[in-house]
Ligand binder design. Structure first.
Ligand code: SAH
Length: 394
C-alpha cells in the first residue's frame, strides 16, 4: 500500500479545520504521488502543513478523514476508536444481556470511523464497509473488535457486497471473518427476533427504529394497528406487547412477511391478533378501508441522490395523503423518512401538504430521529438521516 500526500487548493482546508471529515475531489490541488483507492493518505494545505489523515477513494468524496492528528493508522488505532464506541454504548445502557443485546456499535462518521458500520446481534457483529479503505482494513478491524469485546462476540460477519463502490472492482465476498456459528436470535428491549444477516436487507435488522418502536408501544393499547413497510416486523411486536387490539403487517416482499410472522410467533405464539400481507403499499392503502387508528409508515429511502429529491417528496406526499384519508378520527400516524438527502423541513412540508389535501385537523405530538447508537458527529450534520413525525389526526 502506498502512503502519499494530497495537497489542497488554497483555502480548501477551512472545513477540515472545523473537523468536517470529508475532502471533496474539487478541493484537491495535486497529489505528491497518485494514490490507489483505499490508500491511507495525508492531507496538507497548499503550503504543505499537515491537516489530517484519511482513506482515499475515487469519487466526489475523495478522502474520508480518520484523524486530525499525525498518527499511524493500524490495529491499535482502530482498537482505540472501537473501545470509545463500545464504552459509549455500555454507558447508555444498550448492552443489557437478556434485555437488550442488539445495537449499532459503529455508525461511520458519528463514531469517527467514516465508511464503517458495525451492528451487534447478541454474539454476532455484522460489519459493513462503505469505502475501499475500510474494506482493506477488515481483518485488522475484526481482530481489534474481538480484542475490545472479548467473549461477548463469537462471530464477525463481513457484509459489503452491495455497499462498496462498484467501480472500485473490489468484488468483496460476504463472509465470516471470525467464527461462523449460525445462532441468530437477538433481543431488543426484551423482544426476540431472528436476524438474517446472510440474506436480509442492510445488516439484517433495522436497529435505528428501536426507540421509536418503544414509543409506539405506549400508544398501542386497544388500537387497531397497521404496520406498513414492516420488514421483519419490529413495530408489530412492540404494538402487540403494548396491548393492540389487532396488528396488520404489510410489506411487498414475501420474505419480509415470512420473517415478520416468524418473529411474531417467537414472542406471541398462537396470538390471533396478528395478520400479515405481502402486498404493495399503495394497493393495500387503496383497498384497506377505515379500520385502523394507528398507522406506521416506514418506507425505504425514496431518494438516494439529490437529483431525485423532487420525486421523493411527491412520493412521501402521496403515501401520507393515503393514510390521512383513511385513518380513523382520533387516530395516530407514525410517519418516517430515512432518506439522507431529504431534510427535516422538506419531509415536514411533504407531510403538511398531504394533511392539507385531506382537510383533516392534524397535530404534531413528537418529532423523532435516530437513536443514540446512531450518533451524529457535530461537525458532520450530514450524518443525520432518520426523521419521523407522530401525528394526531382528528
Ligand atoms: N419498518 C421496518 C423497516 C422498513 S424497510 C422495521 O422497523 O424494521 C422498508 C421495507 O419496505 C422493506 O422491507 C421493503 O421490502 C418494503 N417495501 C419497499 N417497497 C414497497 C412497496 N411498494 N410496498 C410495500 N413494501 C415495500
Amino acid at each position: 500500500m502506498n502512503y502519499t500526500k494530497v495537497i489542497l487548493k488554497p483555502g480548501k482546508e477551512e472545513s477540515l479545520k472545523r473537523f468536517h471529515p470529508w475532502v471533496f475531489s474539487g478541493a484537491i490541488h495535486h497529489f505528491e504521488k497518485q494514490p490507489e483507492e483505499g490508500d491511507i493518505i495525508e492531507v496538507t494545505d497548499y503550503k504543505g502543513n499537515f491537516i489530517a489523515i484519511g482513506h482515499y477513494q475515487i469519487g466526489s468524496i475523495a478522502v474520508r478523514i480518520l484523524s486530525f492528528e499525525q498518527e499511524i493508522i493500524d490495529k491499535e488505532f482502530f482498537k482505540k476508536r472501537l473501545q470509545v464506541a463500545y464504552n459509549l454504548r455500555n454507558s447508555i445502557g444498550l448492552n443489557r444481556g437478556e434485555q437488550n443485546n442488539t445495537y449499532r456499535l459503529v455508525h461511520g462518521e458519528g463514531d469517527l470511523l467514516p465508511g464503517l458500520i458495525i451492528d451487534i446481534y447478541d454474539k454476532t457483529a455484522v460489519m459493513q464497509a462503505h469505502d475501499p479503505g475500510m474494506h482493506f482494513a477488515r481483518h485488522i478491524l475484526a481482530e481489534a473488535l474481538t480484542d475490545v469485546m472479548g467473549e461477548q462476540i463469537k462471530n464477525v460477519y463481513y457484509k459489503s457486497e452491495t455497499t462498496l463502490p462498484y467501480k472500485a472492482q473490489l468484488d468483496p465476498e460476504n463472509e465470516y471473518l471470525i467464527g461462523g456459528d449460525a445462532g441468530n436470535i437477538a433481543i431488543e428491549n426484551g423482544l426476540k427476533f431472528h436476524v438474517d444477516w446472510l440474506k436480509g436487507q442492510k445488516t439484517g435488522f433495522f436497529v435505528d427504529q428501536r426507540e421509536n418502536r418503544s414509543l409506539l408501544e405506549h400508544y398501542s393499547k386497544d388500537r387497531s394497528v397497521l404496520n406498513m413497510f414492516c420488514y421483519t416486523g419490529g413495530f408489530s411486536f412492540y404494538a402487540m406487547r403494548g396491548g393492540a387490539k389487532l396488528v396488520h403487517s404489510v410489506d411487498s416482499s414475501a420474505k419480509a412477511i415470512d420473517l415478520t410472522c416468524k418473529n411474531v410467533e417467537l414472542n406471541f405464539p398462537g396470538d390471533r391478533r396478528h395478520e400479515a400481507f405481502a402486498e404493495d403499499a399503495f394497493k393495500y392503502l387503496d383497498r384497506m378501508g377505515d379500520q385502523y387508528d394507528l398507522i406506521i409508515l416506514d418506507p425505504p429511502a425514496f431518494a438516494k441522490h439529490k437529483n431525485v429529491l423532487h420525486n421523493a417528496l411527491q412520493g412521501y406526499r402521496k403515501l401520507n395523503a393515503k393514510a390521512f384519508e383513511k385513518i380513523k378520527p382520533g387516530g395516530i400516524l407514525f410517519t418516517f423518512s430515512c432518506s439522507q438527502v431529504v431534510t427535516k423541513e422538506n419531509f415536514r412540508l411533504a407531510v403538511f401538504s398531504a394533511a392539507a389535501q385531506s382537510k383533516r385537523r392534524v397535530r404534531i405530538l413528537h418529532q423523532l430521529t435516530q437513536p443514540a447508537d446512531h450518533p451524529v458527529n457535530i461537525y458532520h450534520p450530514e450524518g443525520e438521516y432518520l426523521k419521523g413525525l407522530v401525528l394526531y389526526v382528528e
